[in-house]
Each structure stands twice: as structure tokens, then as C-alpha cells.
Design a protein around this ligand. Structure first.
Ligand code: HXC
Length: 262
């Protein structure tokens, strides 16, 4: 059943593509709990929808998300944060969504907004996107994976500088440093580019795409030897899928593959 949301917009603008737009304009998409819960629900619904092959997550041209909601957080004490596992619900996104998620980042992506963008599988942005981990200015540190994901993406020295100074960085810098896969001139081009890529991914075998996401993510957790072994097992496993036969036969016959798992 279609669900209506208050703080996000959900649509399917291209074949096989689910689009989630953060939509809390008055607070520059600050990520308060009701928004995160809607985001989780919508992402899970797309993940379970067999007609969807890839997802795009974006905000507005002004803000992807200006961070966790500072007003919501400001009065929490340690017992509130630790006892109620504050931020726990955020970790559902990268852990439970099996389909690829592309973030299209325009405007501010600060603190938790930057972290949310980095949780996605592929990060696209426009040149004027404004990234940063400004938590240090609020007397805290990143809490949704920022210190780990930013450091892996751009290296220790740069990540340390950014996290300890709270300095922002541009979409152009995010691309130059390897955090973003692509940088676009305008926000429109950025969202279109993300939708194009999602549509292309959605045109392939769902089984192969799922395995592709899984193996790349394993590289973040495993050493090289275990990682390569893990990849090999999954590669071998795909010879048990109809789509391996379909894909390779289509090549030999110079035809377009008609995937079973689509
Ligand atoms: C709550 C926020 C907010 C936030 C903006 N707003 N960011 N509310 N939490 N993170 C609200 C403002 O209070 C204001 O509401 C409205 O959005 C518009 O913002 P302005 O500041 O008036 O806009 P502008 O002057 O254009 O400045 C934009 C900005 C600034 C530079 C992005 O809003 C800003 O610095 N925001 C905070 C960024 C930040 O520190 N993020 C990290 C949060 S900590 P009113 O009602 O006044 O109109 C974090 C920790 C994550 O994310 C840890 C794990 C999750």
C-alpha cells in the first residue's frame, strides 16, 4: 500500500529506480528522529519491492541535510544517548539495504548529513555542495560513522584536519579527494546523473548486482586474502544462477540479455 510521508518524498521516476528526497525545508533537512524513521521505512520498502533495482537519495538544492537536529539533541544527557542507543536507528541504512543506494548531494551536507551521504554506496555531488563534519564546534565528534568513513575515503591526515577543525569542503574537493565518484556543475545534473546510473544498475541482473554490492562492501571489513576468497566464493556461486547462463549466452549470440532476476 502506498504510504504518505511528512518529511520525505518518495517516487519512482525511472524504470526500476526508487527516489527518496529529504523534505524538511524549514530546518534544511536536519535529521530529527521522525525523519530518520520515515527514511528507514521508505528505504526498506524499496529494498523489498521487486520492481525496484536501485535507489537514489537526495535532498533539496539548498541542503542535502544540515546535520542531526541540534535542537533535538541539545538536552540529551549520557543516559539518554547511551541508554536509548541514540543514532542506533541510523545504522539501519547501510546494514539492511541490499540494493545499491546512490546519494546525490547538493547544498549543505554537514555532520550527520555528510555521514548519511557517506553511508550510501555511491556518492555523487554538485560542485557547490558544502560538506563538513562540524561537530567539534558543538563540543562533540561525529557519531554516525563519519570519522571512519571519511578517513577511509580521503586518508587520515585530511580527515583528521577536517574533523578537528570543523572546516567545510566543497563538492569539487570531495571529488578531487575521492569521496565523490562524480561531480556535476549543477544540482539538476547531479540528480539526473544519479538517476541515470541507478537506471543502468537496475537494468542488470538483481542477483549479480546484489553480489557486487556485497563484495565491494566486504573490502571495507576484511583483509585482502579473506576479501579475495569471499569474492571468489560468491563469483563461483553466481554460476548457479540462471542469469550467468543468460548473460553469457546473450553475448555469444550478440543479443540483449533478458534477465530472469529483474
Ligand atoms: C536543527 C537546524 C540545523 C540543525 C539548520 N537548522 N541546521 N536545526 N539542527 N543541524 C535550522 C536553523 O536553526 C534555522 O531554523 C533553519 O534551519 C535555517 O537555517 P539557517 O541557519 O537560518 O540557514 P543559513 O543561515 O543559510 O545557514 C545554513 C547552515 C547553518 C550553515 C547550514 O544552518 C548551520 O550551521 N547549521 C548547523 C550545521 C551543523 O552544525 N551540523 C552538524 C550538526 S551535529 P530557524 O527556526 O531558526 O529558522 C551532527 C552530529 C551528528 O550532525 C552525529 C551523529 C548523528
Amino acid at each position: 500500500a502506498p504510504q504518505s510521508y511528512e518529511h520525505i518524498k518518495v517516487s519512482t521516476p525511472r524504470p526500476g529506480v526508487g527516489l527518496v528526497e529529504l523534505n524538511r525545508p524549514k530546518a534544511l533537512n536536519a535529521l530529527f528522529t521522525p525523519l530518520i524513521l520515515e527514511l528507514n521505512t521508505a528505504m526498506k520498502a524499496f529494498d523489498h519491492d521487486p520492481s525496484i533495482g536501485a535507489l537514489v537519495l537526495t535532498g533539496s538544492h539548498k541542503a542535502f541535510a544540515a546535520g542531526a537536529d541540534i535542537k533535538e539533541m541539545s538536552t540529551k544527557d549520557f543516559a539518554d544517548a547511551y541508554g536509548a542507543d541514540f543514532i542506533e536507528s541510523w545504522s539501519e541504512l547501510p546494514n539492511t539495504i541490499k540494493k545499491p543506494v546512490i546519494s546525490a548531494v547538493n547544498g549543505h551536507a554537514l555532520g550527520g548529513g555528510c555521514e548519511l551521504a557517506m553511508m550510501c554506496d555511491v556518492l555523487y555531488c554538485s560542485e557547490k555542495a558544502n560538506f563538513g563534519q562540524p561537530e567539534i564546534k558543538l563540543g562533540v565528534i561525529p557519531g554516525a560513522g563519519g570519522s571512519q568513513r571519511l578517513t577511509r575515503a580521503i586518508g587520515k591526515s585530511r580527515a583528521m584536519e577536517l574533523i578537528l577543525t570543523g572546516k567545510n569542503f566543497s563538492g569539487r574537493e570531495a571529488f578531487d579527494w575521492g569521496l565523490a565518484a562524480r561531480v556535476f556543475e549543477t544540482p539538476e545534473q547531479c540528480v539526473d546523473g544519479a538517476l541515470d546510473t541507478a537506471e543502468q544498475i537496475a537494468s542488470y541482473s538483481r542477483i549479480a548486482v546484489k553480489a557486487g554490492k556485497e563484495v565491494v562492501n566486504k573490502s571495507q571489513d576484511l583483509g585482502i586474502r579473506e576479501g579475495v576468497e569471499f569474492e571468489r566464493r560468491l563469483f563461483h556461486g553466481l554460476f548457479g544462477s540462471e542469469d550467468q547462463k543468460i548473460g553469457m549466452q546473450a553475448f555469444a549470440e550478440k543479443k540483449k540479455a533478458e534477465w530472469k532476476h529483474r
